[in-house]
Design a protein around this ligand. Sequence first.
Ligand SMILES: [Zn+2]
Length: 487
Amino acid sequence: MSQFDLVIRGARCATASDVFVADIGIVDGRIHTLGRSIGPGRREIDAGGRWVLPGGIDSHVHVDQRQTGGGLTADTFATGSVAAACGGTTTMIPFATQDRGQSLRWAIEEYHDRARGKTAIDYNFHLIVADPTAEALSEELPDIVAGGCTSLKFFTVYDDVMLKDRQLLDAMAAARCEGAMVMVHCENAAGVAWMTERLLERGLHAPKYHPAARPAIMEQEAVYRMTAFAELTGVSLMVVHVSSGDSIALIAAARRRGVQVHAETCPQYIALDSTDLDRPGLEGAKALCSPPPRWRGNEAAIWQGLEDGFFDVFSSDHSPYRFDSSGKFPHGRDVPFNRMSSGVPGIETRSPILFSEGVRKGRIDINRFVALNSANAAKIYGLYPRKGTIAVGSDADLCIWDDRYETIIDNGLLHHSVDYTPYQGMRITGWPAITLLRGEVVAEYHSFCGTSGNGRYVPAEKRMSAGAVTPTQAELSKLGVRLASGQ
Ligand SMILES: [Zn+2]
């Protein structure tokens, strides 16, 4: 190679499995060479022995999305992706939402239109399926998966998107048939509705009652049911935003049975707890999300799962509602907790919180950080090894981390369109000094210096080889079902 577009010298690289020191030679946005004393480059950056890690992948993000309950997501693909870049995230996977009565194809095309030419980092989509008609599953889904959208999301709560058990089974079987994977928001809708009514009839309206209305046992009920459905249909499942230790135990038990089930958790389950909803006035609504942050002390179980490799993915579940009538309070401020928009922003603070609380405090090593921050999401959602690692041929999505940089999270530093952060005042050590998307610098510390619109849609590979709609003989016998020969 006579000359690289860019050389990053003296990089202390970490992937999910290795640590090595190298110069990184970049050509046409990809890593061309890893070695010592390579070069020269038209441009050079001296990493000075600092950590150089794969760019973050935030695989659970809501931007420019129609939301249940009437609240408007304040971030567009443009603003959300700029905020992501400033927090060291170079790929995001937001949701495209199907409305009931709408075709899946229209839904995905609509979100392509919203994102195209406006996004500052690379992206893919998960498709929220709210209306899994036989036609949608058999005629539309194959094209959607072939187009690179290989993950579907289902809900067990929220009236306008939730699926009945039979629909969940049919949709999971169809996903498995196409080699797509399935994410599920796990809470029992009837249990939440029943608890909410009991609280409201006693006049308990404040945000601090939101966790009581959505108890961990109702998350666990749905986690068990969904892992059982995954076992029945043979689909690969991701349980998103796992919030409690007992849900961890249920998922671990399903894995021991051989069910392919992945698990995600989020910053709100390690950095917030139910006491954050008990702030004066409506301040508690700044920590109101579902599943809710649990009792103080529960975060130890979540940390345990991050440390020991139980969790695959650490995502933000970025839900950017402004603290006004457009976002958090679409039905006014004088309403009970169940009429406020549920969700917290966090796309820019996700990686720094995990780095500071995890790596700097000695809870996880640097390889585990890379796995949780990017590598596993890339593998599970079909973007690996193009994304999520440092290897010859991979996209040059890289963060040079300043692991000594100290800051205090303040909403004024952040680039999202939300007027608060639930992490206001949190002390952080470590921030991405330089973030590169395909070899271009897109952020330096808290400043965006990329080009909005340079982000590309990255089609995802299928999660698993396509399977049969009906379970195979071997799968049936695993479930204890014996069929006479010929059946
Ligand atoms: Zn979400």
